[in-house]
Design a protein around this ligand. Structure first.
Ligand code: 5GP
Ligand code: ZN
Length: 112
């Protein structure tokens, strides 16, 4: 289920342009608009929810699928040397988009 007020739902629906690098029935991967590393991708489920704590069995299956696809997507998009995954959860983590997303950072030696 998508959300009318969510920027990532709008990207999934094609209402906001994005640089897509991978898509299937469950997920979309696109380039972050303000990259924090040489390669900075965002992997999102095609289901609007904010937190891992909201993941029922279907959402957990989608997240598992995403984790199984990310290694090849990362390798094909400049992260053959390695990458870091980050999932910000809530205010203290600085989550700014309330549609669960996995940051994929790489393409260089990360500074921390
Ligand atoms: P968060 O801080 O919620 O973990 O990360 C949200 C990320 O979404 C940020 O890195 C931000 O640059 C990215 N972002 C926000 N709006 C857009 C957008 O319209 N397009 C794209 N491609 N990325 C976005
Ligand atoms: Zn959304």
């Amino acid at each position: 289920m998508l959300n009318n007020d969510c920027v990532f739902c709008k990207i999934i629906r094609g209402e906001i342009p994005s640089s897509k690098v991978y898509e299937d029935d469950v997920m979309l991967v696109f380039k972050d608009i303000e990259p924090k590393a040489k390669v900075h991708l965002l992997a999102v489920p095609k289901d609007h929810f904010k937190l891992l704590s909201e993941a029922d069995d279907g959402r957990a299956a989608a997240l598992s699928h995403m984790l199984s696809v990310i290694p090849s997507v990362a390798a094909e998009n400049g992260c053959a040397g390695g990458y870091r995954l980050i999932i910000n959860q809530g205010d203290d983590a600085g989550q700014t988009v309330f549609h669960l997303h996995i940051h994929i950072l790489g393409g260089e030696q990360l500074p921390w």
